[in-house]
Write a protein that binds this ligand. Sequence first.
Ligand SMILES: [Zn+2]
Length: 388
Amino acid sequence: MKYLTFHERYAAVEALHARDCPEAKVGRLGKSILGRLASLDQKMLTESDGIALADYAAFYLGNAKSLEKDMVPWLKMCITEPVGLAFLRRWLVSFRVANVADGDGVAIFRSLAKLFVDQFEPALMRPEPLNKKPRHTYIYSETTTSEPFFTAGPIGDLILNLIEVGATEELDRFAAVMEDHAMRINDMDLFVLWMPLLGILHSSPRCSAEELAHPRYVRIFEPLITALIKNFLGPRPQAESLSRRPVPCNCRDCLCLNRFLTDPGMDQDHFPMGKARRQHLHQVLDRAGIDCTHETLRRGNPQPLIVRKTNTKHAKRVEAWETKHALLSRQISCMKDTLRVVLGNRWEAVTALPGVEASGLTARNQQGQQRVAGTKRKIEFIDLTEED
Ligand SMILES: [Zn+2]
């Protein structure tokens, strides 16, 4: 059985009653939709539903009293869900078009926005996974669900709307929560959901350069950048020693093998033995996933098994880290102008990335030197914050 989401039902009912006079519309829609509100699962509602709910509230609940009575208590329960945030985003547009009195509309926005900033937990807000396409309908069964996700747009609009209505207390509260929670936000969420806020604010005519230079934006974006450098990039993977973990077998051949594996000074050894015993060593090494190569040298009697320790896992980790490093460098370089406005002349210190000097590639050595200098500046900067 296919269930329509709230915004689809709303669009359908609106289309059906398109020719009604406004009064008849309000009456019919009020009954057909309001009655269903209580039965909606708030955790399943998406951004699109939030937009439809704001339009519905503005156009069909008519006045501030019925809004306060019928809609606000229900919204309070889901204000920190994507649906609540989307409602806040749309509401300031909808209520003005629908001629709700300005004072009433703004008061409702502020009371819901205050609830949001008091309750939201940035580390629990999930953006849509990058490889997934949005689904607007869902089949109601145990095997498929449509999970509502957060996007940067409504969060950015919340900040812009708070600026617009002069809600400085709510803005400061938002900044305080971000400052406390940024380090707990996971790496990709920082990248996909939170960092785009900086671009949204900077490119909007509703957020002036003077506004962006207010210390509250340092409290929002500096912890986010620090978290990004620490959680998303982290330190360069350290080179492993030659010591490898032993294989889980106590036979005499494996004891010899383990002596070699755990020895931090030996990078290869040979084990002359018959085919069956060599076969056993092949198997234990493969099963234990030891980072090494093992092959039989077709020479001598018995032929020796040559085991060489390798560093493929470490090399892969370094490669992944260097890819992230390049990505982050590019991102910071793109945001340079905005970062200057928010962080002033400390922007370089805050955005200094760990050096890539240990890569062994001569081409990168010089770059690495510069970044080490940057890291030092960062330490100075951390001391300054502690004094505050
Ligand atoms: Zn063994």
